[in-house]
Design a binder for this molecule. Structure first.
Ligand SMILES: [Zn+2]
Length: 488
């Protein structure tokens, strides 16, 4: 049974602030583009109740970050500036591929610097000063900084930057190593024909980590005990948010288990990678999800190949309130006539992002006196959605859009008394109430991918079983302790 009820982010943020983890799931569910850093920001925002002011800022990650782990990897170049982001998951995918293709080279290339002189830049310190302190000449510094395009950045160093120098008592400078970017070192070396520079990949390591927790008070608390970051906790809730209402349905004794990646660099933890598989047991009902790329970027699927997400968002924006419901006999405030209200009016500030409620193709993107700026999207299953009174339109006729992509902005254009989105949902040409219509499930994985999906999923699901079993045994052992202290 899938729960289509989705609550807007604003409400969510407030609720979450008030009730702990609360309704956060709905927020992330509603906007299916959550990823990495922004998610972290949002999580922090949620926890301290700051979200509403954060949410609309663009085009950085806030909006686009709200995603189900990237089914949109291929869409990053779409028209919406909100899409021009690099989601943490897809970034990691890229790194993963890189690591896979170059890991053997990395080891061969890694330069041993164990006996080099390490220098950490202090406030106010310049590279010139560092060179002088090491007895290296200004001329050498000039050569080093001008050795290549890359070495020019050495002219701008910051406190905390770390340099490693390979110095020889007789020859003086042999080479230095600086951090070039997150993934590479910059080496500058004395060669026969002068000073040369090269970059070398840093050893990024991807560790598969598993953890589990049992809820006694809140998911948030249980996640903390399982040492899950807020970001990862949100992503976990995000995966199961279509099925579980994290505000109303969580009970003591609910438990979770997950397998995820951690990215380590130079032996230090850098960040969390994607969740590879997860299980959530809610009031005795077990939900499982496996990360899998069916060709549109990674997404989460139940073990039977059914997507965890639904084909449509219940509401295509983060609304403040419903200002007018679907009503076949409604007295129109402007025309002062009884005529049907074929959609739902969602009140929201002008500029609020409006999302495509499902994958589809734009069939209208235009303006008229009644609708103002409006967009129609044709989806599969003979479903059409319509978005009226927009202040801005971000898509054109013919554009393919993905669920959660920002297609326009709330406004009050056309016949509107104030900023709101008039949203219509049509099935086979007939208007349906967007708030109550049965939303169709997303398409399951095609048969020809199921074998590959099972090959990916089965080992992970088996591992989840073990992790979960160990949690259960732990829990029952603790119960035993509390009941009969003799055994403990
Ligand atoms: Zn309306």
């Amino acid at each position: 049974m899938r729960r289509p009820d989705l609550t807007p982010i604003v409400a969510v943020a407030r609720d979450a602030a008030a009730k702990g983890f609360g309704r956060a799931r709905s927020a992330f569910r509603e906007h299916p583009r959550i990823g990495g850093t922004a998610l972290a920001l949002i999580c922090v925002g949620l926890l301290i109740g700051l979200i509403p002011s954060q949410r609309d800022s663009e085009p950085t990650a806030q909006v686009t970050a709200l995603t189900l782990p990237e089914q949109q990897a291929g869409l990053a170049s779409a028209a919406d500036p909100g899409n021009a982001r690099e989601d943490a998951d897809s970034l990691i995918d890229k790194e993963l591929r890189k690591a896979v293709t170059s890991s053997s080279d990395d080891e061969a290339a890694s330069t041993s610097i164990s006996d080099w002189t390490m220098v950490e830049v202090r406030p106010g310190q310049t590279l010139e000063r560092i060179f002088r302190d090491l007895g290296l000449s200004a001329r050498l510094l000039h050569e080093v900084v001008n050795a290549s395009e890359e070495t020019k950045q050495l002219a701008r160093i910051r406190p905390g930057d770390e340099f490693a120098f390979d110095l020889d008592d007789e020859e003086g400078f042999r080479s230095l190593r600086a951090e070039f970017d997150e993934e590479s070192w910059l080496f500058v070396e004395r060669a026969e024909d002068g000073i040369t520079a090269r970059t070398e990949p840093r050893a990024l390591e991807y560790r598969v980590v598993e953890t589990q927790g049992t809820i006694s008070t809140s998911l948030y608390r249980a996640a903390q005990q399982a040492e899950l970051s807020d970001n990862l906790t949100m992503r976990l809730a995000n995966i199961f948010g279509w099925d579980i209402d994290f505000a109303l349905e969580i009970r003591a004794g609910d438990r979770f288990a997950l397998i995820y990646e951690q990215v380590w660099r130079d032996g230090e933890y850098l960040r969390d990678g994607p969740i590879l598989a997860a299980r959530f047991v809610n009031q005795g009902e077990t939900f499982e999800a496996v990360r899998f790329d069916a060709g549109n970027g990674p997404d989460y699927f139940a073990p039977d190949g059914r997507p965890m997400r639904q084909a449509f968002l219940r509401a295509p924006l983060n609304f403040t309130r419903v200002t007018s419901n679907f009503n076949p006999r409604r007295f129109h405030p402007i025309t002062r006539q009884v005529r049907p209200h074929n959609g739902t009016d969602y009140g929201a500030p002008t500029g609020t992002p409006v999302w495509a409620s499902g994958d589809g193709r734009v069939t209208r993107s235009s303006y008229n006196n009644r609708n103002g700026n409006y967009i129609f999207i044709q989806h599969g299953n003979n479903i059409e959605t319509r978005y009226l009174h927009l202040s801005r339109r971000h898509v054109n006729v013919g554009d393919r859009v993905r669920q959660g992509e920002t297609i326009g902005r709330v406004g009050a254009t056309g016949m509107a008394t104030g900023p709101h989105l008039h949203y219509e949902f049509l099935a086979n040409g007939a208007h349906r109430n967007p708030r109550t219509v049965d939303l169709p499930p997303a398409d399951p994985l095609p048969d020809d991918l199921m074998e590959q999906f099972r090959a990916t999923g089965q080992p992970l699901l088996a591992r989840l079983d073990e992790v979960d079993q160990s949690a259960l045994m732990l829990a029952s052992a603790e119960d035993g302790c509390s009941q009969s202290s003799d055994d403990c």
